[in-house]
Unconditional design. Structure first.
Lengths: 210, 601, 265
């Protein structure tokens, strides 16, 4: 039984022969400082872009639901909670500082820490904005606009938590100097982060402006 | 096992497979192990969903009988030996949910996609092996959550696999709309997360990790199918994610995404402040996913079929470019036809016309595929192995199921046929049937590569014949009762248990269908026996037992860690150079550099 | 072994064709009792065309399975492209589909037409698990309903008919029985107060979902008098299979009397 299992499922059956003609298997994909295979196109970056398309489709779905609902006669839009202005500033600033981190050489760690702080500020501020709305008596189920507001900011926030966790992984790495100058990892985080900032601006516009 | 000296970090395949059992077979990052994990899990889910179907058929085929034995197994469901109508609604709901997502999106895509993609594109593993392992370990909790819903107080979800609100949104609308429906949503979220991770891997690997010489137009049809399936999944599943979240909010936080004002249950106005919700919104979002989803189920089978037909008729697939074009057309069109599930829903009749147009158009690339398959068989040299039989079965089912789609596509005729057994016949033939037969064919074909042993041909053929005949006996008559007006999801049709006199003549047909279904269900045991027996005692297969052309046949069976023992081979041709005039054998593998064969490829 | 399989597959395919043709050419449709004969024609035309394609493609499949089995000395042709052939079958298929499309859109527009002025109005509300049928009465106006007024007291309360609305005073409410005039266009306005139901009249080629929060009107003309069944065709809970109703088509002159008699019972 064990033999069969080993033969059938065994990814290790038949070792990679040492010294065989031809290249050894490539090092793990996505590690720092390593040329991308084949097409000269970083697969991790490609995967990230594909993931961003999926996330965009999620918000496209929400947008279509929102736009149709908004057309109904009983639509009673909320006023924009003022804290959102500050939050937006914080998030845009964090994109800026992340870019600075990406391009910097010496002060990278400092820029990254600042980014993390600004991001934390944004997330706390979002919770604060929820609090502001709740204070006025608007909760998740109060009216359709509030439902969409809480839901959209919540889903955006969840994705930002993901990005934030990723950032928190890179912060100590930058302190140890483990990030390459043209760090692909930092580059990818930046793409995702700017995407989330742009998404936030879009949601702000959708919910309160256009 | 030798290792390179440098201490790399955790990406395992850089230096030999992990040794400990848990990292090698449980939390593996190897696409072959992960693929088999998905496949075996899907098999188990299929067993469960199959039993659910047998119970549905039991009720429809023997409506006036009692089953004291079943009361022992399902005390609540069969109180007094008679099936409870609420239990019935749970049966077909969970049969559909489990089959569509946890079996037929899983086995062909997550199972065979994982097993085959690196092998067929010439890569050591998927682009993101860790993410790949994570995708399985997100899938499995999803299975557990969805199965756990059977054991909660009021039972599993019972609003159909389509979960239309308000039935699924209001807890008192049905017993299954209580905790069971919430668990359904959670299970689906796990599934979607897992499928998304898989889709990212598939897309990135097929596009970015192809070996030297493997241009897109030299990919096997199976790879084209996997590529398109990945794209469909990434673009379409978010609609269901969004809808599921909104449904969760409606159910638990009093929102009104789908629940309108004026709701009354049990002669009592519904509590809460519901206003302006639209049940139609759910349907749009659900089917925006739902339609591409059914193509996700079907496309891999179409890819397998092309590869199997070609291999076992020793003839190139006819019209490779138009086959690819047809698949791309089907995949693209699948995004603009979703409203054909909603012709009688009350949506605008103008929009309905747009959907009818796309739906009727999609028949064209589908027909092209059938013609190309027939042309492949023409003047070929057919070896009737088990995989070949399954592939021919797919062609047969695709013709039958595809043609019945034309009936449903036309809007007004759909008025008579919507929510009848005609629809059940249609999708079981074209979607479930094609996917199932595709999986069986792919299993028979690639089992030797995965396990180093051939499956038993006699058992395989026996399994095929029982399944093929029983499948048609079960589902073809459903066209007739559907035309006669037999609705879906009905616990009983005519007195004494049911209510409709005009359906009484359908009872013998329901009876026949049930008996056929029992034969169909029990014949699958032949497959399970064959699968597990062959894994231990099957005849050893060599590297290329079928004398096939694909890259996967250039390595050992089973493939070693890193898929090729030496360098990854280079590709010099497409995978369809069978029976090339002047060639020493009737097949030329993709790696063969000889200057003969299709110039254009 | 392989040779037999090919023959067997061919025979099985032929058998399928024969049985399918035999059974499909029977009359399965419930007898048509409305003006929607266009649907029956469309179904018939579809059967003819798809039936012909079904027979042809399966005959080829069966024949090829038998004819091109592996034999000693046989060689498969190396033939995998023929643009002219491919264009031909693609364009022919597209042409046939275009004809279907044209017919389908025309028929759809006809069926979905708004009710003509003077159409007979009746309202049907789907509920778990009954059909509440309402006639507007001599004033021709439906009284106001309000879910907040709903209760289980009587049929009028099931739909929350406002007792204070004068227009509703003459409304007649029945349960599960719909009376329709023979030969006169009928407009059924469909509603639901709980989940989605579907108003299905198999003999009339009528099916329309009753959507909560919406009112949808479906129009048709009953052609023959008699009693027919009404079925719910959208899963609406555990009593879905019980939601049977009856449609009674009577000559227009007798309609009002029939409705009042039913209301009195």
């Amino acid at each position: 039984m064990a033999t069969v299992l080993r033969r059938g499922l065994d990814p290790g059956a038949g070792a990679i022969r040492d010294g065989a003609a031809g290249q050894p298997p490539p090092a793990a994909i996505g590690r720092e400082d390593e040329p991308p295979p084949g097409l000269g196109f970083d697969p991790v970056r490609f995967g990230l872009l594909a993931f961003m398309v999926t996330v965009s489709m999620l918000f496209v779905s929400f947008t279509s639901a929102y736009v149709v609902r908004r057309a109904a006669a009983d639509w009673a839009p909320l006023a924009l909670p003022p804290l959102l202005y500050l939050n937006t500033l914080l998030l845009v600033a964090s994109s800026f500082t992340l870019e600075c981190a990406r391009r910097s050489r010496g002060a990278r760690h400092l820029w990254l820490v600042t980014t993390a702080a600004l991001a934390a500020g944004f997330m706390l501020g979002q919770l604060g904005a929820w609090g502001q709305l709740a204070e006025l008596g608007f909760f998740l189920a109060s009216n359709p606009h509030s439902s969409f507001f809480y839901m959209l900011t919540g889903v955006h926030g969840l994705h930002l938590v993901g990005g934030f966790s990723w950032l928190l992984v890179l912060v100590p790495r930058s302190a140890q100097g483990a990030l390459a100058p043209e760090s692909p990892a930092l580059g990818r985080l930046a793409i995702f982060w700017h995407f989330l900032t742009a998404l936030w601006l879009y949601l702000l516009l959708l919910l309160f402006v256009i | 096992m030798s290792h390179t000296a440098t201490a790399h970090a955790d990406e395992g395949h850089a230096h030999g497979a992990p040794q400990a059992f848990i990292w090698r077979y449980v939390f593996s990052k190897d696409h072959k192990v992960i693929g088999i994990q998905y496949y075996v899990t899907a098999m188990l889910m299929a067993l469960i969903a199959g039993v659910l179907a047998m119970l549905v058929r039991l009720q429809l085929g023997f409506p006036n009988s009692t089953f004291p034995l079943l009361e022992k197994f399902f005390p609540a469901g069969f109180a007094g030996g008679v099936m409870d109508p609420a239990f019935y609604t749970m049966l077909f709901t969970m049969h559909g949910t489990i089959m569509v997502f946890f079996v037929l999106s899983t086995a062909p895509v997550s199972g065979f996609g994982n097993i085959l993609i690196p092998l067929q594109v010439g890569a050591r593993d998927m682009a993101f092996p860790f993410l790949n392992g994570l995708s399985y370990w997100t899938f499995l909790p999803g299975c557990i959550v969805i199965l756990s819903s059977f054991f909660v107080g009021a039972g599993a979800a019972s609003g159909g696999w389509t979960a239309y609100p308000p039935l699924s949104a209001v807890k008192q609308a049905a017993p299954g709309s209580q905790t069971g429906q919430t668990l359904w949503i959670i299970g689906m979220v796990f599934f979607i997360a897992s499928f998304t991770m898989g889709g990212l891997n598939f897309l990135t690997t097929i596009l970015n990790l192809r070996t030297k010489g493997l241009s897109l137009l030299r990919l096997p049809m199976t790879m084209w199918a996997m590529l398109l399936v990945a794209i469909l999944g990434l673009l379409a599943f978010p609609a269901l994610t969004g809808a599921a979240l909104m449904l969760l909010f409606d159910r638990h936080f009093g929102t009104s995404f789908f629940i309108p004002a004026g709701e009354v249950f049990n002669n009592t106005p519904l509590a809460g402040n519901h206003q302006g919700g639209s049940p139609l919104l759910w349907q749009h979002l659900f089917w925006f996913l739902g339609h591409p989803e059914v193509y996700i189920l079907m496309l891999p089978a179409l890819g397998f079929t092309s590869d199997l037909l070609s291999t076992f008729s020793r003839k190139a697939i006819f019209g490779y470019k138009s086959m690819v074009g047809a698949m791309v057309a089907i995949a693209s069109l699948s995004f603009i036809v979703w409203g054909h599930h909603m012709f009688v829903s009350g949506m605008s009749p103008y929009i309905a016309m747009v959907f009818a147009t796309g739906t009727i158009l999609i028949a064209v690339p589908s027909a092209v595929k059938v013609f190309n398959w027939l042309a492949t068989l023409y003047q070929s040299r057919i070896h009737f192995t088990t995989p070949m039989l399954w592939a021919l079965g797919v062609v047969s089912l695709f013709i039958s199921g595809g043609l019945s789609g034309i009936w449903l596509a036309q809007g007004a005729p759909d008025i008579q046929l919507h929510d009848t057994y005609f629809v059940v016949a249609h999708f079981h033939l074209i979607m479930a049937g094609a996917a199932l037969f595709g999986v069986f064919g792919a299993t028979a074909f690639w089992f030797p590569k995965m396990f180093g042993r051939l499956m038993n041909e006699s058992l395989g053929k026996l399994h095929f014949w029982f399944t093929f005949v029983a499948y048609y006996c079960t589902f073809f008559p459903m066209h007739y009762i559907g035309i006669a007006g037999h609705m879906r999801r009905i616990y009983a049709i005519s007195p004494p248990t049911g209510f409709y006199e005009y359906l009484r003549p359908m009872e013998p047909i329901n009876h026949f269908i049930t008996l056929s279904a029992f034969v169909l269900g029990s014949s699958q045991l032949i497959f399970f026996v064959n699968f597990f027996w062959s894994a231990f005692k099957g005849k050893p297969a060599g590297e290329n037992p079928w004398q096939a052309n694909g890259l996967e046949w250039t390595t050992q069976s089973p493939p070693p860690h890193g898929n090729w023992a030496g360098a990854i081979p280079e590709v010099h041709r497409w995978p369809y150079d069978y029976s090339v005039p002047g060639a020493p054998q009737d097949y030329l593998m993709q790696t063969d550099p000889a200057p003969i064969g299709a110039k254009a490829h | 072994m392989g040779k037999q399989q090919g023959l067997l597959f061919g025979l099985a395919t032929l058998l399928l064709v024969v049985l399918a043709t035999f059974y499909f050419t029977h009359d399965w449709l419930p007898p048509l009792k409305s003006d929607r004969e266009g649907i029956d024609s469309a179904l018939g035309a579809t059967l003819a065309v798809t039936g012909a394609v079904f027979i042809l493609t399966n005959l080829l499949l069966a024949y090829f399975s038998w004819r091109y089995q592996d034999r000693p000395g046989a060689q498969a042709a190396y033939w995998h492209d023929d643009p002219r052939l491919e264009w031909t079958w693609t364009l022919v298929t597209a042409g046939i589909m275009a004809i279907f499309l044209f017919g389908a859109l025309n028929l759809w527009a006809k069926v979905q037409q708004a009710p003509p002025p003077g159409a007979f109005m009746v309202e049907v509300t789907g509920q778990q698990f009954r059909w509440v049928v309402r006639y507007p009465g001599p004033d021709g106006i439906f009284g106001r309903t309000d879910a907040k007024l709903a209760s289980g007291d009587n049929e009028r309360a099931y739909i929350g008919l406002d007792p204070k609305d004068p227009n509703g005073a003459d409304d007649i409410v029945l349960l599960n029985h719909v009376y329709l005039p023979q030969g006169r266009p009928v407009a059924v306005r469909l509603r639901s107060t709980d989940v989605i139901h579907s108003f299905f009249l198999p003999n009339f080629r009528v099916k329309q979902d009753a959507m909560p929060g919406m009112m949808v009107v479906t129009t048709f003309t009953p052609k023959a008098s008699g009693d027919f069944e009404l079925a719910c065709a959208e899963l609406c809970g555990l009593g879905h299979y019980k939601m049977r109703g009856e449609v009674h088509v009577v000559p227009p002159a007798e309609l009002e009397a029939a409705v009042r008699k039913a209301a009195a019972e």
